[in-house]
Design a protein around this ligand. Structure first.
Ligand SMILES: [Zn+2]
Length: 505
C-alpha cells in the first residue's frame, strides 16, 4: 500500500533520486557548539572546521567520507581520516579525535547509523532515493505528502519521510521543486527533545545530479554545521578499494538505534575532537580520604564528599547513564546515605548532561547564578524521545545559586566559590576543608599533561587564569583534583609549576 502523492511532487522526488549513480562532492565548512559557549545563551563556540571529500553510492549502500578536520578551540590539532560505510558495516581509517586518539578500527553500529544519517540529511537525494526504494519494496508510510506550508513567503509542498526516532519533513519549493529545508527531532542529554533542521540553498544540476552548494544544519535553531560545496561530479568509475572495509563489526540493531537517536550528540563530540561516550562506563572509585572520593573511569570525573547530612557530589558529566552508574557506586560505598547536593561546575554539555539524574533522586542542585535559567530549562524540557529518570520521578527539583559570596555546605566541610574563566564565564570551584582540596573542571587538569610535554595553548590560558582567580580567593589549598586528569589529583604546586614552566603569569 502506498500513500497517494501529487504528480508534481512525485516528479520532484524522482528528479532528486540519484538511482544507480555514484557521485562525489567536495566541501569546506565549520562546526559550532552552542553548549560549549562562554554563557548558556551566548554565541556558540567554533571548535573546528573541515574539508571533506565525500563519495556516495546509494544503490550499493556505500559511502567514503575523507575528512581533514582542524580543531580550533579548546583543542588545537589537524587530523586526516576517512569514514567508510558499506551496508551495515563501517570503518574509520585513522585517529578521528584529538583527545585520546585511537588508531584505525571498525565502526560500531551506532557510529555507522549516525554517519549515514547525517550524510542523508546533508544530501537530500540520498534520503529521497532511499525512501523511494523503501516504498517500492512495500514499506507502508515510507513517504507521504502533508499539507502545503509557506516558508520565507514561498509555497512549499511537504513530504514526510519515515525515520527514527522521528519522521523527517522535507520542504520542496513549488517554484523550483528543490528542497529548501528538512526538519526532524533527536535526543540531546541535557536538553531532551531537540529540533534538528537543515537548510539547502543554491541548487545546481550537475549532469542530471542535483546538489545544493550551500547547506546549514541547525540544532534548536542554532547553526552547528555549515558547508559550502565547491565541486560535485557523477563518477563513472571509482578506485576498487574506495568502499572496502578492512574489518567490520556485526550489525547490532540496538546500537544502531542509539546512533539514530543520538546522531548529532555523536557528531558534536567529533567536532570537539573528543571521544564519543554513550555508555555508562566503569566507575573507578579513588579514595582521597575515607570521606572524600573521586569517581572516574572515563575521561570525566565526579567527586563525592560524605558530610554532615549526606553526600555532596561534584559534577554530573556526560549523561543519564553515567550519572546512574555513579549514583549506584555511591550507594554501594555509603549504603542508605542520601545525595543531598549536586554541584554543577559549569553548563557545558559534557559536564551537565547527567544533571537530571541527580534532580530525580532529590538532590539540591547548586549552580552558578548565570546558569540558573539554563538549568531550569534542562529540568523542564521534554525528554520524550529518550525518557530518563527525571521524566518518571515525582520530585520538584530545587536549585540554589552561587553568586559573589561563597556557599557553605555539609556543616562547613565544603565551600563553593564562583569564579570566571576564558573557558566559561561562570564556573564553580569547590573547596574541601578537611583535605584542603580544590576541585575544578576544565580550567586545570592535574596530571593530564606530562611535565615534558608542550602545553596545549588554551589549557595554558585557562590554567594561568585559574591560578590568578584562586589566589584571589585566598584559600589554604594543598591539593587539586580536576574533572579531568589523574583521579588522585596533584599537589597545588603542580599548577604553579605548570604555569611557571610556560612563561608564568
Ligand atoms: Zn567546559
Amino acid at each position: 500500500m502506498t500513500e497517494r502523492m501529487e504528480e508534481a511532487v512525485e516528479a520532484a522526488l524522482a528528479a532528486l533520486d540519484p538511482r544507480g549513480r555514484t557521485f562525489r562532492v567536495e566541501a569546506r565548512g565549520y562546526r559550532w557548539e552552542p553548549l560549549q559557549a562562554l554563557r548558556p545563551d551566548g554565541p556558540p563556540l567554533k571548535p573546528s572546521d573541515f574539508m571533506a571529500s565525500v563519495t556516495h553510492d546509494l544503490a550499493g549502500r556505500r559511502m567514503n567520507l575523507a575528512w581533514r578536520r582542524r580543531f580550533i578551540e579548546p583543542l588545537t590539532a589537524t587530523i586526516d581520516y576517512a569514514e567508510i560505510v558499506a551496508g551495515d558495516g563501517g570503518y574509520i581509517t585513522g585517529p578521528d579525535v584529538a583527545l585520546g586518539p585511537v588508531p584505525a578500527r571498525p565502526m560500531t553500529s551506532d557510529r555507522v547509523a549516525a554517519v549515514r544519517k547525517q550524510q542523508w540529511m546533508l544530501h537530500p537525494p540520498l534520503l529521497v532515493g532511499d525512501a523511494l526504494t523503501r516504498r517500492a519494496a512495500g514499506e507502508a508510510g515510507a513517504l507521504r505528502q502533508l499539507a502545503d506550508e509557506t516558508l520565507d513567503g514561498a509555497a512549499h509542498a511537504v513530504v514526510e519521510i519515515a525515520a527514527v526516532p522521528r519522521p523527517m519533513r522535507l520542504f520542496l519549493d513549488r517554484a523550483t521543486w528543490y528542497p529548501t529545508r528538512l526538519v526532524t527531532q533527536e535526543h540531546d542529554h541535557p536538553r531532551g527533545d531537540v529540533e534538528v533542521a537543515v537548510r539547502y540553498a543554491i541548487w545546481r544540476d550537475h549532469g542530471g545530479l542535483p546538489v545544493a552548494a550551500d547547506v546549514e544544519l541547525s540544532l534548536d535553531g542554532t547553526v552547528i554545521h555549515a558547508e559550502i560545496r565547491s565541486l560535485a561530479e557523477a563518477m563513472t568509475e571509482v578506485a576498487p578499494d574506495l568502499f572496502a572495509l578492512p574489518e567490520s563489526h556485526p550489525h547490532d540493531p540496538e546500537l544502531a538505534l542509539r546512533g539514530l537517536v543520538n546522531a548529532q550528540w555523536m557528531h558534536r563530540a567529533l567536532a570537539m575532537g573528543a571521544p564519543i561516550s554513550l555508555d555508562p562506563g566503569t566507575v573507578a572509585v579513588q579514595e582521597i580520604t575515607p570521606e572524600v572520593v573521586t569517581l572516574g573511569g572515563g575521561i570525566h570525573h565526579s567527586m563525592a564528599v560524605h558530610a554532615e547530612g549526606g553526600l555532596i557530589v561534584l559534577d554530573p558529566p556526560q549523561h543519564e547513564a553515567r550519572s546512574r552508574a555513579v549514583i549506584d557506586a555511591l550507594a554501594e560505598r555509603w549504603p542508605g546515605v542520601p545525595i543531598t547536593h549536586l554541584v554543577l561546575t559549569h553548563h557545558h554539555h559534557d559536564h551537565s548532561g547527567g544533571l537530571r539524574a541527580y534532580a530525580a533522586v532529590g538532590a539540591e542542585l547548586v549552580v552558578a547564578e548565570g546558569d540558573r535559567r539554563f538549568v531550569e530549562r534542562v529540568l523542564s524540557s521534554p525528554h520524550m524521545i529518550q525518557p530518563d529518570s527525571l521524566s518518571a520521578a515525582d520530585v520538584t527539583p530545587r536549585i540554589t545559586t552561587v553568586g559573589d559570596g561563597a556557599l557553605t555546605l555539609g556543616g562547613g566541610a565544603v565551600s563553593v566559590h564562583r569564579i570566571t574563566s576564558p573557558h566559561c564565564a561562570e564556573d564553580l570551584v569547590v573547596y574541601l576543608t578537611g583535605p584542603k582540596l580544590l576541585f575544578n573542571a576544565d580550567l586545570f587538569n592535574p596530571g593530564l599533561v606530562p611535565d615534558e610535554a608542550a602545553a596545549p595553548p588554551y589549557w595554558l590560558i585557562y590554567s594561568k587564569d585559574l591560578r590568578r582567580q584562586i589566589e584571589a580567593l585566598d584559600l589554604d589549598i594543598g591539593w587539586l583534583v580536576g574533572a579531568h586528569g589523574s583521579l588522585d589529583g596533584r599537589p597545588y604546586q603542580s599548577l604553579i609549576d605548570f604555569t611557571e614552566r610556560h612563561g608564568g603569569l
